[in-house]
Ligand binder design. Structure first.
Ligand code: NAP
Length: 260
């Protein structure tokens, strides 16, 4: 069999197995995560909606998806700040449908920490949600993902490389997640692919002011904010159509990181 046949077989496997495949997306009851879950579900995945406090939104989303396709969505609660909850989420996720093929680290705390006022509590929250929990959830699911020849996709940020003023801890945490992408791509190969998406401005934070939005758009060559559809395209590509890609960070920012 030629290398081309091997590659075709692998692509076929990814497509043919899809009805059985299960995706866990952290922090996915609302905003970007909910859109990623809907897109994966529409693509044929069964989905696990992880949430911390957004229980009502998680329930509504799961009901919507199960109405479209029975027994295709479940919700799991975990607060990554609580000891043992990451481990428990891993166990519950495998128990949901008996397998996990795709792990998307989307959950994230995001708030400013001007260095003069930064606290250890802020450090714990930002580093735990953006870096520590992804590492230990990946560790807990590594065996399962390897059995399934699965993959991990990390939501990082363009600010991981060129930090945003007054957000040092968030940027450090996303840098750690970026670095984890490269480390685990080596360590979990050949069975598990590990990639990341680095979004620019996609969904503005709920309290973002207009002047800052205008400034960001002025720095963006494609002259618009991204949409969740832009992230979905990247996610589906990395999850379903990229069997020979691992250790890559796909930037989805309208070119902003080229020019500011
Ligand atoms: N929005 C953008 O334009 C943009 C730009 C660059 C990068 N990103 C990245 O893309 C991802 C999605 O963005 P987003 O704006 O949709 O995120 P988000 O709304 O800020 O956060 C997503 C979820 O993370 C969960 N979360 C936070 N702390 C947690 C903890 N300690 N334990 C468990 N869950 C926790 C929350 O769940 P509950 O609500 O259930 O508490 C929240 O709904 C994030 O990783 C973000 O950094 C987004």
């Amino acid at each position: 069999m030629s290398p081309a046949d091997d590659a075709n077989d692998l692509t076929d496997d990814l497509a043919n197995d899809l009805p059985d495949k299960v995706a866990l997306v952290t922090g996915s009851a609302k905003r970007v995560g909910a859109s990623l879950v809907r897109a994966l579900h529409a693509r044929g995945f069964r989905v696990i909606v992880h949430y911390r406090s957004a229980a009502a939104e998680a329930r509504t989303l799961v009901d919507e998806l199960n109405a479209a396709r029975p027994d295709s969505a479940k919700a799991c609660c975990a607060d990554f700040m609580q000891n043992d909850e990451v481990e428990k989420l891993a166990e519950e996720s495998v128990a949901c449908f008996g397998r996990v093929d795709l792990l998307v680290h989307n959950a994230s705390a995001f708030f400013p920490t001007p260095v003069a006022e930064a606290t250890e509590t802020q450090w714990e929250e930002l580093m735990t949600s953006n870096a520590k929990a992804p590492l230990f959830l990946s560790k807990a699911l590594a065996g399962e993902l390897a059995r399934r020849k699965g993959c991990i996709i990390n939501l990082v940020d363009i600010y991981a490389e060129r930090p945003m003023r007054n957000y040092s801890i968030y940027c450090m945490a996303k840098s750690a997640l970026r670095s984890m992408t490269l480390s685990l791509a080596r360590e979990l190969a050949p069975d598990v692919r590990v990639n990341a998406i680095a979004p620019g401005a996609i969904l503005w934070p709920e309290n973002e002011n207009l002047a800052r939005q205008e400034k960001v758009l002025a720095q963006t060559p494609l002259e618009r904010a991204g949409s969740v559809e832009d992230l979905i395209g990247a996610l589906l590509f990395l999850a379903c159509e990229a069997p020979f890609i691992t250790g890559q960070i796909l930037t989805v920012d309208g070119g902003r990181s080229l020019s500011w």
